[in-house]
Each structure stands twice: as structure tokens, then as C-alpha cells.
Design a protein around this ligand. Structure first.
Ligand code: 26Q
Length: 808
């Protein structure tokens, strides 16, 4: 018999050094003399991967999950970023690695920088999925992440003359060492065609197109390697490699057509993070990975059990937004058509296995599919959805509750399929991602459902993994915390509160400020390298990093920047708090206003940064290609965190949590998780301003006229004039007339309504920052009071309220 690996290997300086040289030779094919940094980075990745694999096997063999319940997290997006440092940190093998590299004349940080950033997500939703994987491993929950192995992740952003240019992203070209291809794990996925019923009660789907979904597995190491889960991503492949008949007849291009059609499905991530456009390929992607995942988990279940009625005892499936909501119909199809269960039983089982997380209330972001397109791509699912809709409506009518049936129909006016309603009806639990958002879900989009199913909607406030978002990205602060309170907080972030006692300790304060300064110097160097802008590291670093959206109101931040600029120019000799405005974020390629807001920020930056009157009092830096790796540099260096969305519109936010944990004070509206952050850090340690969600709802009912607000505020009025005068667009005076028009005519996101309160709070921050000792105390309290926002806490909540699984 073959002896399996039994215990994880131990990392010593010696073993790492020898292992590295061996990997470099036999896996990379280079000798040390000719190896590039990239070669060394791959060698190190492969070596660390061996350590990960040991733990992976150990975890599986420990039998933790024997006949237990498994969690399946279905997500179109996993924004994982780089994995090398994450694995090193979780396995606690940094010291021997640094030492071994030193002996070879190499520096760890240089090798880490070579790894490509896996950007298989747009923003918050995708990054949340990645943090959840980390926490599920931390808590030893037997879980699988399921998604798509996009060949091209989110586009790379660069600026040309200040305008956003998108370029294809290519994360796989330089070799991704973390995945294992599983060519034997593959499923057939069907599209289109028609349905027939035979006399024996069997349903047949005669597909127009079939492709294969092939599995690629990435191990996800939990804290201290105690548990390792699997992220399984599906890649689409043709069912037959080549059409030989066509090829032999000389028709080379058409012979390759099927291959291209099949591989297109997992080719590229949709770069839109709101507007749910009804694109056929998007629907195919959604069905592709959902079907493969469900087939895979059913196969796994059936190797252990035979009675599908037991499925809900052993399987919990989480739908990350409605993107995998087709799971409701697909699980029913698999149970009924493939495994011959009666529809009604299939429906019962389905509703006990699935749960749905909602991430938005914006009506334009709720997925809908035209019935015609849907029937063309998924003819059987159309029938099943008609059955569910009819059956569900009858069920509700039977209860005699006073609800609007129109609001709960899946098929709206016979024309469109509402995926949110499908997900809701097919789920055991439906959750929002912050207390406010969940409350609004109950009152708005799902109010009718909430009347019928008062226990179904629950809240699970988002969280972030403290491993990546403090331990890994902020070594100076990490080391200080370990010195002060030990290491328990890393695996149990609520323990970070123990450091609250040091908030007024002079020596701790000094070291905390020094750590912040070190991080600011690192960011300043990055700004210099990427933009050529010199910034003063003792200035207030004011950070807004997130996707560009009107509701997130980067525009309000820019208008405030202009107002501050005008004020500085008017009295340069006054007492100014030097500020650096730092922006990062991508706009969806088709979102024209968002792209113009980027151009405005860059235009404003150019004028301000080159105005000698202003000097170091104000600088503006829009860093291109904001991604996970850049976030890891910006966040530890921030003093002020901009969370200024129109109240009621940001479901939660998670950047707000990362920035607070790293000692930035928040300036923000009472929106999403800002509300809960404020409750924990206290009103003195956060700058809250502006309209509340209730105010916004009220204004929207009564109508809002921006003109008197603008004209009544000389500061804002002057800013508005500068937009149309060409002060920031001397090469094209008309460039910002459109933006001005948007603000004058309706201003849906209420930028002008909140401007004055925002401007005032910024001046409060200016004043407070000058008392650096007091500011440091408040920054410390932000770090020590937000331990609750660990994704470990979030996952404990899902485990208890949604999945019903035990945790470590
Ligand atoms: C849908 C259909 C077609 C194409 C794209 C999409 C699509 C893709 C991504 C729709 C939405 C998204 C992403 C949404 C998102 O990131 N939402 C954010 O989720 C975070 C985690 O819960 C919250 O913190 C943010 O408040 C929320 O905006």
C-alpha cells in the first residue's frame, strides 16, 4: 500500500532554503544564477503550496465532516487577491522564509510583489465571498466555495489624459500556482433546445448546446492551518475538442467554432457591479456554474447517502445575491427530472437547502430576465419556474393573507422573471448585510414576502477577515498589538478590545503614531512611483476607495475638494491642515457619468497639484487600477475614511470596516454598516453628517429642488460655477456642464442636499487633526472597538441562524 502524507511538514530555515532551490530547479526549470524574481516567486509559491497541501489532506483525513453537514457558497465572484502572503501568514512560517531568502540574497516582499492579483470579482460582494472562505476555514466549517474560473478577471484600469482606459486582465499568464486542475471532475451543462415528455413520466431536455464544466481547486488555509477548505472554480470546455470532419475538409475556422463557443462562457468577468443588463452570455454563465456546482454536491452526497430526502440535513447552499438564483429551478430539475422525485417533494427539499443573501435595494440592480430569452436558453427551467410561481401563489392564496400577489409573482406581467422573487421563494433564509439594510429589505423590496414569511428574513452584518486586513497588510500595527496584548486577537478579533486600555498610554500612542507614519511613508512612495506626485506624510490622508458610483458620491468629495481649494487660494496664510485626497476605484466601462467623474477628479488634481499657492496644503491623488493589492497598501495609511453614500443606498460597505480597523476615522452618512460602526466607536470617534435614510425617503416622496440649496450656499455656488466656467477643463469648457446639469436638475443622489453638512464635518476633522495626540487616541479606539466586524463573527451568525452547522 502507498503511505499517505500523515503530518504537515515543519518549516525550518534549512528546509525552506533547500526546498526553494529544488523547486526552482525541478518545477521552474532554472538554476539560481539565471532565475528572475518571478522564477523565485513561483518556486516559493510551489514550496508554500506543499505546506498548504499537507494541512489540506490532514483536515480532510481528520474526518471532521464525516456524515456532517457541508456548506456550499455559490458566488459569481471571488475577489481573492494574492495568496502567497496569505498562506505564509496563516501557516505562521514567515520567519524561516525570510531567513532562508536572506541566505539566498532575496527579500520576501520583492517575491510577493511578483504574484498576480486574482481579481475574479468587481468589488464588495466578491471580496466578501473571499473573506467568508477565510473565516469558514478559521472556524473549521466543512465548506466549498463554488464559482467561475474566469480566464480574464476584472479589467485593468489606466488613465489616458485623465480618462479611464480599460485593458484586458491576464492573471493566468504568468502561472497561477494555487490551483489544481481536476480533469476527471467534469459535468455536462446544457443550453437551449426543447423539452419532450415520454409516456413513462420521464422528461427529456434535447439541448441545442452542451459544454463541459471542469473543476479547478484552490486550497483555502485557515488561521494556523487548523483547517483548509476548497474553492472550486469551473472552467468551460467543449464536449469534443475538434470537429475532425470539418477540419479534414479544410474548414479550419468552423472546425474550431464549437471550441470557441464553449470556452467563451468562462472567458471574462462582467465588469458591471450594478445595472443588471439582460445579456445572454451572462445568463449562461450563471447557469453554467450553478448547474456544475449542484451536480457536484449531489454526486458527493450520493456517495455517502442514497435517500435524497436527507439532503437538507447534509447540505446548506448559500446564494451570493441572485446571480446563482437559477439554483432554485436547477436543483428542482435535478431532483425531479434526473432523480425522479415528485415535483412537490423536490420543491420541499429545495426550500430547505437554499438560502439567499441580498446585497442591494437599487431597483436597477435587481436581476430580471425577459421570458423570451430565458425560455430560449433554459427551456426546462422556464417550465419549472412557471410551476413554482403557480404553486406558490396557490399556497399563499390558501393562507388568506392581505398581500399583493403582483409583488410576489416570479413572472412579472408574463414578461420578465424576477430573480429576487425566485430566490426568496426558494430559500429557507434570506438575509441582508447590515442592520439598516435588512430593515429596509423588510420595508421595501420584500415587504409583501415579509408579511407571509415573518421569520425568513434575518440580518447578518458583513465582516472582514482580520488576517488579511490587519495582520498581513499592516505589520507595524500588528507587531505593536502583539507586543501590547498578545496574539489572541488574530483568530478572535473581539479580543482586540483589550488594547482599549492603551488608548491613553503615552508610549503606546507614540508607537501607534509611528506605525501609522511608517504606513503613510509606504503609501507616499507608491503615490510618487505611480503618479509622480510628492505628498507630505504628515498631512491628513483622506481616502475614498471603492467602485465609482453616483450613489457612493465621489462627486461630493470632489466638490468639497474644490471648495477647500478655493478657500486656500483666498487666504493661503490661514491655519490649514495639510491634506492629501486619495482616490481609487474603477467605473463600469459603460457607465458614462462614472467615467466622467474620474476625469473630473483627475482634472481637479492636475490644477490643484500644480498650483504653487496651494503647495503642500492640498494634494489630490487618484491611484489607477485600484485592486486588493493596492487596498492593502492604502488602507493602513489612511487617517480619514470616506463613507459618504446617499443614506439607504449602500447595503453595508466593507471598506469602512477595513479602514476603521486600521485606525482611520470615518466621515460618513448613517448608511449601511456605518451605523453599526458608529455604535461601537462612539459619536466622538466618527464624523457622521447628513440626511438619514428616512429623510431621503421623505425627500423622494415630496420632490427635491436643488437650486435654492445651491444658491443659498455661497461655497457650493462658487464650486458649481467652477464646473461650468472651465476652471478645471480649460481645454474644453463644456466638459462638466453635464455634471452641473445633473446636480441642478433633480440631483437624485442628493449631493447638493448633503454638501454643507459634509463640508462642515470636514472642517471639524481639519481642526481635530491638528491635535495629533488626541487624534491618535481616537484612531486607537477605532482599531480596538471594531473587533465585532470580523468575518469570523459574521460566519458564526450564518452557521447558527442560516446553515445550522457547528463551528470550532
Ligand atoms: C448583475 C447582473 C449582470 C452583471 C453584473 C451584475 C452584478 C455584479 C456585481 C451586480 C452586482 C454586483 C456587485 C454588488 C456588490 O458588490 N454589492 C456590495 O456588496 C457588499 C457586500 O455585501 C456591500 O458591502 C456593498 O454595500 C454592496 O454595494
Amino acid at each position: 500500500s502507498v503511505e499517505p502524507v500523515t503530518a504537515p511538514r515543519v518549516a525550518t530555515t534549512e528546509s525552506i532554503r533547500l526546498g526553494l532551490v529544488e523547486k526552482l530547479a525541478y518545477a521552474v526549470g532554472k538554476d539560481p544564477e539565471h532565475a528572475t524574481l518571478q522564477d523565485w516567486s513561483v518556486a516559493l509559491g510551489l514550496l508554500v503550496r506543499d505546506h498548504v497541501v499537507d494541512h489540506w489532506f490532514a483536515a480532510t483525513r481528520a474526518g471532521y465532516s464525516k456524515h456532517g453537514k457541508r456548506v456550499y457558497y455559490l458566488s459569481m465572484e471571488f475577489l481573492i487577491g494574492r495568496l502567497l502572503n496569505d498562506a505564509i501568514a496563516n501557516l505562521q512560517i514567515e520567519a524561516p522564509i525570510i531567513e532562508a531568502l536572506g541566505e539566498l540574497g532575496l527579500e520576501l516582499k520583492d517575491l510577493l510583489g511578483q504574484e498576480s492579483d486574482a481579481a475574479l470579482g468587481n468589488g464588495g460582494l466578491g471580496r466578501l465571498a473571499a473573506c467568508f472562505l477565510d473565516s469558514m476555514s478559521r472556524l473549521a466549517i466543512p465548506a466549498y466555495g463554488y464559482g467561475i474560473r474566469y480566464e480574464h478577471g476584472l479589467f485593468r484600469q489606466r488613465f489616458h489624459d485623465g480618462w479611464q482606459i480599460e485593458e484586458a486582465e491576464d492573471w493566468l499568464v504568468s502561472g497561477h500556482v494555487w490551483e489544481f486542475e481536476r480533469p476527471e471532475v467534469k459535468y455536462t451543462i446544457k443550453f437551449g433546445g426543447h423539452i419532450s415528455f415520454d409516456g413513462q413520466g420521464q422528461t427529456h431536455w434535447h439541448a441545442e448546446q452542451t459544454v463541459l464544466a471542469v473543476a479547478y481547486d484552490t486550497p483555502i488555509t485557515g488561521w494556523k492551518g487548523a483547517h483548509v477548505n476548497t474553492l472550486r472554480l469551473w472552467s468551460s470546455k467543449p464536449t469534443e475538442i475538434l470537429d475532425l470532419r470539418r477540419f479534414n475538409s479544410g474548414d479550419y475556422l468552423n472546425a474550431a467554432e464549437k471550441l470557441i463557443r464553449a470556452e467563451t462562457i468562462s472567458r471574462v468577468l462582467y465588469p458591471d457591479d450594478t445595472t443588471a443588463e439582460g445579456k445572454e452570455l451572462r445568463l449562461k454563465q450563471e447557469f453554467f456554474f450553478t448547474s456544475a456546482s449542484l451536480q457536484d454536491l449531489l454526486r458527493r452526497f450520493l456517495t455517502e447517502f442514497s435517500d435524497l430526502k436527507l439532503l437538507p440535513d447534509h447540505v446548506s447552499i448559500q446564494m451570493n445575491d441572485t446571480h446563482p438564483a437559477i439554483a432554485v429551478a436547477e436543483l428542482m430539475r435535478l431532483l425531479a427530472d434526473e432523480h425522479r422525485l415528485p415535483f412537490i417533494e423536490a420543491f420541499e427539499i429545495t426550500r430547505k437547502c437554499l438560502s439567499y443573501t441580498n446585497h442591494t435595494l437599487l431597483p436597477e440592480a435587481l436581476e430580471r430576465w425577459h421570458v423570451g430569452l430565458f425560455r430560449k436558453v433554459l427551456p426546462r427551467h422556464m417550465q419549472i419556474i412557471e410551476w413554482i410561481d403557480y404553486h406558490h401563489l396557490a399556497e399563499v392564496q390558501g393562507k388568506g393573507l392581505p398581500v399583493s400577489l403582483d409583488a410576489i409573482r416570479i413572472i412579472d406581467h408574463g414578461a420578465e422573471i424576477r430573480m429576487g422573487n425566485l430566490a426568496f421563494i426558494g430559500s429557507k433564509r434570506v438575509n441582508g448585510v447590515s442592520a439598516l439594510h435588512t430593515e429596509l429589505m423588510k420595508q421595501t423590496v420584500f415587504s409583501e414576502f415579509h408579511k407571509i414569511y415573518p421569520d425568513r428574513i434575518v440580518n447578518q452584518t458583513n465582516g472582514i477577515t482580520p488576517r488579511r486586513w490587519l495582520y498581513e497588510c499592516n505589520p507595524p500595527l500588528r507587531n505593536l498589538l502583539i507586543e501590547a496584548i498578545g496574539t489572541e486577537w488574530i483568530g478572535n478579533l473581539e479580543k482586540i478590545d483589550a488594547a482599549t486600555a492603551f488608548a491613553t498610554d503615552a508610549s503606546f500612542k507614540e508607537k501607534f503614531a509611528a506605525a501609522k507614519r511608517q504606513n503613510k511613508l509606504r503609501l507616499a512612495a507608491e503615490i510618487k512611483a505611480r503618479l509622480g506626485i510628492t505628498v507630505d506624510p504628515s498631512a491628513l490622508f483622506d481616502v475614498q476607495i471603492k467602485r465609482i458610483h453616483e450613489y457612493k458620491r465621489q462627486l461630493m468629495n470632489i466638490l468639497e475638494t474644490i471648495a477647500l481649494y478655493h478657500a486656500i487660494r483666498r487666504t493661503p496664510g490661514a491655519e490649514w491642515t495639510p491634506r492629501v485626497k486619495i482616490f481609487g476605484g474603477k467605473a463600469a466601462p459603460g457607465y458614462h457619468i462614472a467615467k466622467r467623474i474620474i476625469k473630473l477628479a483627475n482634472d481637479v488634481a492636475k490644477v490643484i497639484n500644480n498650483d504653487p499657492i496651494v503647495g503642500d496644503r492640498l494634494k489630490v491623488a487618484f491611484l489607477p487600477n485600484y485592486n486588493v493589492s493596492l487596498a492593502e497598501i492604502i488602507i493602513p495609511a489612511a487617517d480619514l475614511s470616506e463613507q459618504i453614500s446617499t443614506a439607504g443606498m449602500e447595503a453595508s460597505g466593507t471598506g469602512n470596516m477595513k479602514l476603521a480597523l486600521n485606525g482611520a476615522l470615518t466621515i460618513g452618512t448613517l448608511d449601511g454598516a456605518n451605523v453599526e460602526i458608529g455604535e461601537r466607536v462612539g459619536p466622538d470617534n466618527i464624523y457622521i453628517f447628513g440626511l438619514t435614510a428616512a429623510d431621503v425617503a421623505d425627500i423622494r416622496i415630496h420632490g427635491y429642488d436643488p437650486r435654492p440649496t445651491i444658491e443659498g450656499d455661497p461655497v457650493l455656488a462658487e464650486v458649481m460655477r467652477s464646473l461650468v466656467s472651465g476652471e478645471f477643463s480649460s481645454d474644453d469648457n463644456g466638459r462638466y456642464h453635464g455634471i452641473s446639469d445633473v446636480l441642478y436638475s433633480g440631483d437624485y443622489f442628493l449631493v447638493t442636499a448633503d454638501f454643507q453638512a459634509y463640508f462642515q464635518r470636514q472642517r471639524d476633522a481639519d481642526r481635530d487633526f491638528r491635535d495629533s495626540s488626541r487624534w491618535t487616541e481616537r484612531a486607537i479606539l477605532n482599531t480596538t472597538k471594531v473587533g465585532w466586524f470580523s468575518s469570523d463573527r459574521t460566519i458564526r451568525g450564518y452557521a447558527k441562524d442560516v446553515w445550522n452547522v457547528p463551528v470550532a
